[in-house]
Design a protein around this ligand. Structure first.
Ligand code: HEC
Ligand code: HEC
Length: 410
């Protein structure tokens, strides 16, 4: 009975997914004409970031700034078809990506003279995430949520706190499982095949590479616009940006938060109805407490219909932070020529559907609640630690139990 219901509950995500795939097919055809796979492809400069930073109080011409920043970043990180690693700045100490994997993913699709398959990213990801990892693939504007712009260096589903980078395992999990309830597909089949077994590991490196390159680009645009730092390869201030961004990625695994051991009720199903309803009561009281404020966004019944509505950081970046009201088309449309997509509110999850974007295991849900979902309004919950008010581990597991059991089973 539960199984057939699961089919229904998955209807919405499935709909999203099939739309995603159809659109991707369309995008692939478009690519055939516009040349996504052709070897002359180049990184798109980050016009939108330059436009939002120069919008108020700057005479700089945004496209010119973005183009100059892109040219400088190319000196350090290479071109789309020939990536490189800026060892001249980093020395041998900071190793944040494996370049052999990056080389396999970059470039046009096909086998090189060495018979090694290349262009893995263009083959699987470009229709949504775009060649530059800007989230502006041909299919992007038809999807909700939009495909991720990696260049902000912000990731949602991870095991590290807000402000820290995801680990390799976090990105691997996303690629292996996909993001249910969104267009992001699972690439599990690659790993399970003999021929493409290494593709996911290589793609993880490429996502890291695109995110590092993109964040460096954003930060040097900001230094140029805000502090007048010249976009010059020899600038020590700009080289320091490269070091800082790479350092954050190479230290991510030490920032990982360990999930405490779960109590019996989480992993062995409770058969006694009274015990179940007692636990649900406890979880509900945490969910409804002022301290957690879960209902503010997820609503009293957990249907995602609370009073608080907001945009994600990717959208706020070029709207609210640039003095633009995302609710008014006449306002935000001025940014469309720079690559802005229509602002869409980030919907708090409806727990009755049971589609968890970051994975449905209790330990993944625990991480989302304790760490928050970076880049979105979902905050980390207050934890009782060092005398601070908050939920204890036991209470957190009760909350996880409650949320998981809100899934419609009738
Ligand atoms: C059909 C469209 C589509 C394709 C193809 C696709 N993605 Fe995604 N991807 C998405 C969407 C949509 C999101 C945003 C989901 C969200 O914000 O919850 C996303 C998010 C992500 C994220 C962010 C996860 C996080 O924790 O924030 C990563 C990493 C990612 N995709 C990597 C890839 C890679 C690598 C490929 C190719 C192997 C790929 N995607 C192919 C649509 C796609
Ligand atoms: C300020 C608004 C806000 C508050 C407060 C909030 N959430 Fe969320 N929550 C969100 C949004 C928005 C998302 C969807 C984020 C995304 O994936 O883009 C979300 C997603 C989730 C998810 C889904 C994770 C997944 O993998 O799909 C869970 C579970 C969750 N919230 C639990 C909670 C709990 C429990 C609380 C209280 C401790 C809480 N939230 C408080 C806004 C909020």
């Amino acid at each position: 009975m539960i199984r057939s219901d699961l089919g229904n509950r998955q209807l919405l995500p499935a709909y999203h997914n099939s739309v995603g795939w159809l659109v991707m097919l369309f995008a692939l055809c478009t690519c055939a004409f516009t040349g996504c796979g052709n070897s002359k492809a180049t990184y798109k400069p980050n016009d939108l970031h330059a436009a939002s930073l120069t919008r108020e109080g700057s005479d700089l011409e945004p496209r010119g700034v973005a183009k100059a920043a892109s040219a400088l970043v190319e000196q350090w990180f290479g071109s789309l078809d020939a990536p490189r690693w800026p060892s001249e700045i980093l020395g041998g100490e900071l190793e944040a990506v494996r370049m052999d994997s990056v080389n396999r993913c970059a470039g046009p699709v096909g086998r090189g003279v060495d018979k090694v398959e290349r262009g893995v990213y263009r083959k699987h990801c470009v229709s949504c995430h775009g060649l530059s990892g800007d989230g502006l693939g041909a299919a992007a504007m038809l999807l909700e949520p939009y495909p991720r712009d990696f260049r902000r260096g912000t990731f949602k589903f991870k095991s590290t706190p807000i402000g820290k980078k995801p680990t390799r395992e976090d990105i691997h999990r996303t690629l292996y499982e996909g993001i249910p309830g969104t267009a992001m597909p699972s690439f599990r089949a690659l790993e399970e095949s003999k021929e493409f077994a290494d593709d996911i590991d290589d793609l993880v490196e490429y996502v890291r590479f695109l995110a590092i390159r993109g964040e460096v680009e954003r930060r040097i645009i900001a230094l140029h616009v805000r502090e007048g730092v010249a976009l010059d390869e020899t600038s020590e201030q700009l080289r320091e940006v490269v070091r800082q961004v790479v350092e954050k990625w190479s230290s991510a695994s030490s920032d990982q938060v360990t999930v405490p051991e779960s109590p019996e009720f989480i992993h062995s199903p409770i058969k006694n109805p009274q015990e179940h309803s007692e636990l649900m009561q406890k979880g509900k009281s945490h969910f409804e407490s002022e301290l957690t404020a879960c209902v503010k966004c997820h609503g009293t019944s957990g249907a995602g219909d609370g009073t608080s509505q907001d945009y994600d950081e990717w959208t706020k970046d070029w709207t609210i932070l640039a003095g633009i009201d995302p609710k008014h088309p006449s306002d935000w449309k001025e940014m469309k020529p720079f690559g802005a997509l229509k602002p869409v509110l980030t919907k708090p999850r409806n727990f009755h559907w049971g589609a968890y974007h970051g994975g449905k295991s209790p330990s993944e849900i625990f991480k989302r609640i304790v760490l928050g979902i970076e880049g979105t309004p979902m905050p980390p919950v207050a934890r009782a630690q060092n005398g601070n008010p908050g939920l204890t581990d036991q209470e957190l597991w009760e909350l996880v139990y409650y949320v998981m059991h809100l899934e419609d089973r009738s």
